[in-house]
Design a protein around this ligand. Structure first.
Ligand SMILES: [Zn+2]
Length: 73
């Protein structure tokens, strides 16, 4: 079943919602009640997409990345 992740634009709270239909999409933040939480993708995916790490797909050993931009270094 599809689990979608949302983030509140007000308090920054992230939460997952099990969507069986579009009608299940959250209308407000479960923490602060702010309307219109935004759908986001997983943090890992978003981070990986933004960074152009010199080490491909996490093959780099921790603290041994020459580039210094590796998320695992
Ligand atoms: Zn909130």
């Amino acid at each position: 079943m599809p689990i979608h992740e949302y983030q509140c634009g007000k308090c920054g709270r992230t939460f997952e919602v099990l969507l069986r239909s579009r009608a299940d999409s959250p209308k407000q933040c479960p923490k602060c009640g702010a309307p219109g939480p935004e759908k986001i993708f997983s943090v890992f995916s978003a981070t990986a997409a933004k960074k152009e790490a010199p080490c491909a797909s996490g093959a780099c050993a921790p603290h041994k990345c020459a580039g210094g931009a590796c998320p695992f270094g």
